[in-house]
Ligand binder design. Structure first.
Ligand SMILES: [Zn+2]
Ligand SMILES: [Zn+2]
Length: 425
């Protein structure tokens, strides 16, 4: 009988999750969260130039007693929180950069940096992850493992000619010591009402590749085109043929976008141009479709030019970003934590979007879950999309986000990190 009792005690589930404690801590810090978010919002900095933001983050993490590495990947910060008990290593990533967009909102916390704005909500990401670090630091004796907080520069892409973002963070070893085994990421989402959170299994953001096409022509008089090579109709045919690749050559079930966003050539109405330059972007949700589309674009560009007796060159600019994938087991294990914070009815499986995120680089290396936190509030007129002059968030997302991140991390460590999914019979 005694033995049975002992076995029962050993097999008993871990202590109840500290939901009420996390909630109270997050709600008590709401005024401080709002102040931090507004401070960062008023002082936005472009990619690889997050000097003030990085210093603010490093100082806050040091004050919490974390082990801090700064600067990393130009202006980034890594904070390591070691729990009182041994266990897994999990990372949380926040991005810190703003965009070259003029703020149009007439709010007390309007950007003070002309032409630069936190129009993608990275001010909120930084604030939420700092808040979660504070909550978790306050409970570190009960944390079963280690948390690595990654504050990343240049998610929107580094300035041309510079390295940056997630690839540079990884190159500088942010996953290596301690060795990160799983990761969480988050984004503000103006398509979801505040108080809701979105997740998905598999792709949640698309791959992104930027390319340039140069079509060679030969200048001549506009009335005698046969004496030269006119690259303008050839370029038009390439644009059209590329849309046929998307709509006629690749499975309709597989989402993809190909956009030519810029086209330039010629300088006068009666002179045949000597070249046309085009730039575009392509998006997919699948690594194989991404490679297939790249190959087909190359074939089409070359083939159309050749058919008209000229040449066209295709160049991909930079390495691009793979699709962002949420790993199935990690996601399934984590969703109940989100449900306890947001409520089951407000925790929604969402469709992937064709935007891209360099968080994909982290998600390619360890199991990842990237969630979308609603910030829309129609009654208050907060509806603008990210990357616009009018974008804003309902700041009620801040304490909710802190609770969500702290709960995801606490629960993940409490269950011993990643567990292989039971094999289906
Ligand atoms: Zn963005
Ligand atoms: Zn963003």
């Amino acid at each position: 009988m005694l033995l049975v009792v002992a076995v029962l005690v050993l097999a008993a589930p871990a202590a109840r999750p500290p939901d009420a404690e996390i909630r109270a801590a997050a709600e008590a810090m709401t005024p401080a969260l709002v102040a931090t978010r507004r401070d960062i919002h008023q002082n936005p900095e472009l990619g690889n130039r997050e000097v003030r933001t990085g210093a603010l983050v490093a100082e806050r993490l040091r004050a919490l007693g974390l082990q801090v590495r700064h600067p990393v990947a130009k202006t980034g910060v890594v904070g390591v929180l070691r729990g009182g008990r041994p266990g897994a290593v999990v990372a949380v990533r926040a991005d810190m950069d703003a965009l070259p967009i003029q703020e149009r909102n007439d709010v007390p916390y309007k950007s003070r940096n002309d032409g630069v704005k936190h129009a993608c909500g990275h001010d909120a990401h930084t604030t939420i992850v700092l808040g979660a670090a504070e909550v978790l630091a306050g409970m570190k004796d009960r944390l079963a493992g280690t948390v690595v907080f990654l504050f990343q520069p240049a998610e929107e892409g580094p300035p041309e000619g510079e390295e940056g973002g997630a690839p540079l963070m990884l190159k500088e070893g942010v996953f290596d010591d301690p060795k990160v085994q799983a990761i969480y990421g988050l984004h503000m989402d103006p398509t979801l009402p505040v108080g809701e959170v979105g997740w998905s299994i598999g792709p949640i953001f698309a791959s992104s590749d930027t390319f340039a096409i140069d079509v060679a022509g030969r200048k001549t008089h506009g009335a005698y085109p046969h004496t030269g090579i006119d690259p303008i109709p050839i370029a038009a045919e390439i644009v059209h043929a590329l849309q046929l690749v998307v709509s006629r050559q690749i499975d309709a079930q597989s989402p993809k976008v190909l956009t030519i966003g810029s086209i330039q050539g010629g300088n006068r109405h009666n002179i045949i141009a000597d070249a046309v330059h085009m730039k575009g972007t392509m998006r997919t949700l699948d690594a194989r479709v991404r490679q297939d589309l790249k190959d087909r674009i190359a074939r089409t560009v070359e083939g159309v030019a050749e058919a008209h007796g000229t040449t066209a060159t295709l160049r991909f600019i930079g390495d691009g970003v793979p699709p962002t994938r949420n790993e199935a087991a990690h996601t399934r294990a984590s969703v109940p934590s989100l449900q306890r914070v947001y409520g089951p009815g407000r925790t929604k499986e969402v469709a992937p979007q064709m935007g891209a995120e360099d968080f994909a680089e982290f998600a390619e290396r360890v199991p990842a879950l990237y969630v979308k936190m609603g910030v829309k509030n129609e009654a208050r007129g907060i509806t603008a999309m990210i990357h616009t002059e009018d974008f804003d968030i309902d700041e009620a997302v801040l304490p909710l986000g802190v609770r969500a991140v702290a709960t995801l991390v606490f629960d993940h460590l409490a269950r011993g990190g990643l567990k292989p999914e039971p094999a289906t019979p």
